[in-house]
Design a protein around this ligand. Structure first.
Ligand code: ADP
Ligand code: MG
Length: 705
């Protein structure tokens, strides 16, 4: 008996194989990304209407949308302003009261209604005298055989696209369910890809009894008996999505491990010892623990794939340095990639200071500066020049993404470190790693990644976390203030500068903004200079070239510039411990995680630090969001809050590609399911391996065991 998986499932058939779906409808459905029967069955309702109970028209309110029904007793289209503007109106009567429904400038609405039609209407009142709704959702009630699909039940309301009627789509989904998923038990056997996880889930989930089979869940998500069924079904379908993803992640990882053999990079401490002795501080226990994990990986069979998480200021750079030394001690070169030139320069300065006394060469390779290139540029054969450079000295090469794009090739690359990983896309990460012969990979991030995201986005990486901060840090106090308090804030900054400290002022402009926005920063710069005279203010933004940026940073580091006005360019990595004030204007326009990163630029020395968030945001939600920062310094709590409020895309930044899309899964809520999915995926993969190991059981059989 061949495993049923080999059968081509009817669910994969194109949507046009359904009765009543022609080219025009198929084109409309395609706009909703519905191409196959399965896509149709997984089209998720955006809401539900309980059409067993209605509000009387007289009970409708201005506050909350409800469903009512009534008969059209009048209708008409009025045009005005020479026919450019229009309003179409129908009046519904439910026997007790009347409701006016209006559509502005949508004259074609006229085609959808006729006198005497019975209509469902969903919305809230715009006016009460007379009762009026603007642009409500409506559906004409039709009699006939199929009317039971639409009335006297909880009816799904789907996302639509122009020209596609709600009622038609609901009917199509109903009939498709009838045809393919009629008797849940039986059809589950018909569609192995649907029943695939049923048995595992039953075996592994404590709440299995409450989780329906996949086929049942699909029925329930469209036509629930009770509204509470919807969440039960959603959880089941979400679980399947997470299992699917976890299986993919596992198999990617397995493939990678089969392909690659690790370079032995654990080191022998001969450089590490003098390095730590000269460092000037003792590593925290967290840093030491993480280094043990890294060393274990770099001595392992497979190349390391590790994510190092640590809140801003937790000391990831020192960990990176130690890891680099392990590889260098083992006779390999190391590359370190940072997302901005400023950060690459800063790393270059630190690492050069630390490493050159140990006899390790440090090179810098950014768009505007290439310390390795003097010998390189004059050489006719670049590859040989570089090779001779790096073979003569063991080396660390630091760069921006120019490291990938410049065609720069490093011989004997043993370890790749990526700082502020979330600023790079997954693809870039892969590109750099492919440069060598499967070097070890350490990616570092200060964006605390909520575990749900970590497990989905970085599921193929092992994770180490630095949990504690180095001792002796000054406290950071955070305040949210309105613009009218600015004079006081400026006075406060002046006092602190007089006391020898420094400040950042951040202006919310994106790095590559247009000329107009550049002007805004420049204007702000002039104002600030006047306000703070005679103290010196420096300006930093993405339009400056590398040397200009470095000039400003050098001035700030040397305390020749007292206040640094910047765009969010300084968000990542910058480390000037004497800076104790962070003033952020229009704070509401930043994400929470980003504000936390910016705040991480202060509180790096022993002095008390102050973060002042200026915002005139009127809406309560924006103000509550900023309050979270006043209340906690814990990056993980902040990231969780940001994820709930703004979703994963916002939290990770748009640079982050490779984020899986879920129809049913909710990354802010479903941590328990994601964990469960990991477990199930592990079990399933093990079962599949058994099968590959020559055991006769195809895993469908295994499942039934
Ligand atoms: P991040 O994790 O944000 O990259 P950094 O590596 O820039 O943090 O470290 C922040 C500051 O803390 C640096 O000035 C660094 O020298 C210092 N630091 C790192 N580890 C320790 C430690 N164990 N004890 C004291 N200071 C430390
Ligand atoms: Mg850092």
């Amino acid at each position: 008996m061949s495993p049923p998986e080999n059968k081509i499932s009817p669910l994969k058939n194109p949507i046009t194989s359904l009765w009543g779906v022609g080219a025009e409808r198929a084109a409309q459905l395609a706009r909703l990304e519905i191409f196959t029967i399965e896509d149709l069955l997984l089209h998720r309702p955006k809401r539900y209407e309980d059409r067993r109970h209605f509000r009387k028209i007289s009970e409708l309110t201005k506050d909350e949308p409800f469903t009512a029904r009534g008969k059209i007793v009048a209708l008409g289209l009025k045009r005005f302003r020479g026919g450019n503007k229009s309003v179409f109106e129908i009046i519904l009567d439910d026997g007790l009261a009347r409701l006016h429904c209006r559509w502005w400038n949508l004259p074609f609405m006229e085609n959808y209604f006729a006198m005497g039609d019975e209509v469902f209407v969903f919305g809230k009142l715009k006016e009460t005298k007379p009762r009026t709704m603007d642009h409500p959702e409506t559906e004409v009630i039709e009699g006939g055989e199929e009317s039971f699909i639409h009335i006297n039940r909880i009816a799904p309301v789907y996302p639509l696209t122009e020209g596609l009627p709600q009622r038609w789509l609901r009917g199509l989904i109903w009939r498709t369910l009838e045809k393919f998923v009629a008797a849940p038990r039986q059809s589950a056997a018909d569609f192995p890809e649907w029943s695939k996880f049923d048995a595992r889930i039953a075996a592994l989930c404590r709440d299995a009894a409450t989780l329906p089979s996949r086929a049942n869940a699909v029925r329930m998500i469209h036509f629930p008996e009770e509204l509470t069924d919807v969440e039960i079904a959603r959880r089941r379908l979400a679980l399947d999505e997470f299992v699917e993803l976890q299986i993919q992640i596992r198999s990617r990882r397995k493939k990678f491990e089969a392909l690659s053999k690790a370079l032995s990079c654990g080191g022998d401490n001969r450089l590490m010892k003098p390095f730590l002795a000269a460092l000037g501080f003792k590593l925290t226990e967290s840093q030491t623990k993480v280094l043990r994990e890294i060393r274990h990986d770099m001595n392992g069979q497979h190349p390391m794939r590790r994510l190092l998480q640590g809140d801003v200021g937790s000391g990831k750079t020192a960990v990176a340095a130690c890891s680099a030394l392990m590889a260098i001690e083992s006779g390999f070169n190391v590359a370190l990639m940072a997302p901005t030139e400023i950060l690459a320069e800063q790393h270059y300065r630190n690492f050069a200071k630390w490493f050159e006394t140990l006899g390790v060469k440090v090179f810098l390779q950014t768009g505007s500066r290439k310390t390795a290139s003097d010998e390189w540029r004059v050489a006719s054969d670049k590859q040989t020049a570089i090779s001779s450079l790096v073979t003569r000295h063991l080396s660390l090469t630091i760069g921006t993404h120019a490291l990938i794009t410049s065609g720069f090739d490093l011989p004997k690359l043993g370890l790749v470190i990526i700082d502020e990983q979330h600023k790079f896309g997954v693809a870039q990460r892969e590109q750099l790693v492919r440069k060598g012969n499967y070097p070890h990979l350490l990616v570092m991030t200060a964006t605390p990644i909520p575990r749900t995201l970590g497990l989905t986005l970085y599921g193929d990486l092992d994770v180490s976390t630095i949990e504690e901060m180095p001792a002796g840090r000054g406290k950071i106090k955070t305040f949210v203030r309105t613009t009218d308090k600015l004079p006081k804030v400026i006075e406060f900054i002046r006092e602190n500068i007089s006391g020898g400290r420094q400040a950042y002022v951040v202006y919310p402009r994106v790095e590559d903004s247009g000329a107009k926005e550049l002007k805004a920063v420049t204007v702000e710069f002039e104002t600030l200079k006047k306000l703070l005279a005679p103290f010196r203010v420096g300006l930093l933004h993405g339009r400056l070239n590398g040397a200009e940026k470095e000039n400003v940073m050098a001035g700030f580091r040397a305390n020749k510039i007292h206040v640094l006005l910047s765009t969010s360019l300084i968000e990542v990595g910058v480390d000037v411990p004497n800076a104790t004030i962070m003033l952020i204007e229009n704070a509401e326009s930043f994400g929470l995680a980003q504000l936390h990163q910016l705040r991480g630029r202060i509180g790096r020395g022993a002095h008390e630090s102050f973060c002042i968030l200026i915002s005139d945001a009127k809406n309560a939600e924006a103000r509550d969001r900023l309050k979270i920062l006043e209340e906690t310094n814990d990056g993980f709590k902040i990231a969780e809050a940001d994820l709930k409020l703004r979703g994963p895309g916002e939290l990770l930044g748009h640079e982050q590609s490779g984020l899986a899309k879920f129809r049913f899964g909710n990354l802010a809520e479903d941590l328990d399911l994601i964990r469960k999915a990991q477990e199930i995926a592990r079990e399933i993969s093990t079962a599949v391996e058994h099968e590959l190991n020559g055991k006769t059981c195809a895993w469908n059989y295994c499942e039934r065991d």
